[in-house]
Ligand binder design. Structure first.
Ligand code: UDP
Ligand code: MG
Length: 316
């Protein structure tokens, strides 16, 4: 049977790219419909993540012009991951499978057929994996590789070079809906859902217009979120460090006592000052890490709603 496919696209201040993006995607969708890879109920679902520019006006216009385009307007900017989740959870109600894409179409849409083909072959999750990173700056490339390595070291199951370009079946989406966390890091959650998965490789292009909505600061906090939301290894590291320091300090104490009784104790000003600073610093570092987790517990415990839909334009 031909599946109903939803393309889910979070958009934040994307007025420059949206008309072209939707034009390219509609063409692609029609081509897929002709090949029986997508049913006539398939949709392009645009989620406006509280944009400050004309994004929502454009979405409303596109919705009026084309029966395949639907739009959701979030009441305020909740960030890429929350906007995407909102789109996916909405798509879940009506789709057989949903594919998440960025509004700038940096991810090659020519492989969309392959995604659906793998779905038809029985996969519930299909990951889009970049085969090279030559459109990235050297800085972004090295930090990205470093990030995946750290995640792996910390025992977090993430797919290398996969961002949020992926297909999920209806039941995988239902699985996702059971994860109630507030600090969302979708690419860490999806592998936890299970089911059969596969991947499709593609080339990543440059943004064809507009600029990145992920400045360095957001990127770093996203990476840290990924680590602290999925791994408690940093906590274990602290305990291990604590044990090591305690053992070492016993030896230090022994040495101090021996030198005291042997009478070769000198006025150890340097040693005292050094240890005060060293231990103070270490304690602060550890407190900081613990504090990071407490901060997370705080926001999880509050269990605030992750998004609120202001308007939902639908066909039928
Ligand atoms: N985005 C969003 N909310 C935000 C920031 C970004 O919905 O607060 C969307 C953005 O519109 C785009 C996607 O997330 O569709 C990825 O952003 P971008 O292409 O700017 O990131 P980059 O490709 O530079 O990492
Ligand atoms: Mg982009």
């Amino acid at each position: 049977m031909t599946p109903t496919v939803y393309f889910v696209i979070p958009c934040y201040n994307e007025e420059e790219v949206l008309p072209e993006t939707v034009r390219r995607l509609t063409d692609k969708l029609h081509a897929m419909q002709e090949q029986s890879l997508a049913s006539s109920d398939s949709r392009i679902l645009l989620v406006d993540d509280g944009s400050k520019d004309k994004t929502w006006d454009i979405i409303s216009r596109l919705h009026g012009d084309d029966s395949a385009v639907e739009g959701i307007k979030l009441a305020h900017n909740r960030g890429h991951q929350n906007a995407l989740l909102c789109g996916l959870m909405t798509a879940m109600e009506s789709c057989d499978c949903a594919i998440s894409l960025d509004a700038d179409l940096q991810d090659d849409i020519e492989v969309l057929d392959e995604f659906v083909q793998k779905y038809l072959d029985g996969c519930d999750v299909v990951y889009g994996v970049r085969n090279k990173r030559d459109t990235d700056t050297v800085f972004k490339r090295t930090t990205a590789v470093g990030f995946y390595k750290v995640m792996k070291l910390l025992g977090v199951d993430v797919v290398f070079n996969h961002a949020d370009y992926r297909l999920m079946s209806k039941r995988a989406l239902e699985g996702l809906s059971e994860y109630g966390e507030v600090n969302l890091f979708l690419r860490g959650i999806v592998p936890l859902i299970g089911y059969r998965s596969d991947y499709v490789t593609y080339d990543r292009h440059e943004r064809f217009a507009g600029e990145s909505k992920y400045p360095l600061k957001k990127m770093i906090s996203f990476a840290l979120d990924g680590i602290t939301s999925f791994s408690v290894k940093p906590l274990k590291l602290i305990s291990n460090l604590g044990i090591l320091i305690s053992v070492l300090s016993v030896f230090g104490l022994l040495y101090a006592l021996i030198s005291y009784f042997a009478g070769w104790a000198v006025s150890g000003w340097t040693a005292i000052v050094c240890s005060i600073w060293l231990l103070g610093g270490l304690q602060m570092l550890c407190l900081g890490v613990v504090g990071g987790y407490i901060g997370k517990i705080y926001s999880e415990v509050k269990a605030r709603p992750r998004y609120r839909i202001e308007e939902h334009l639908k066909h039928k």
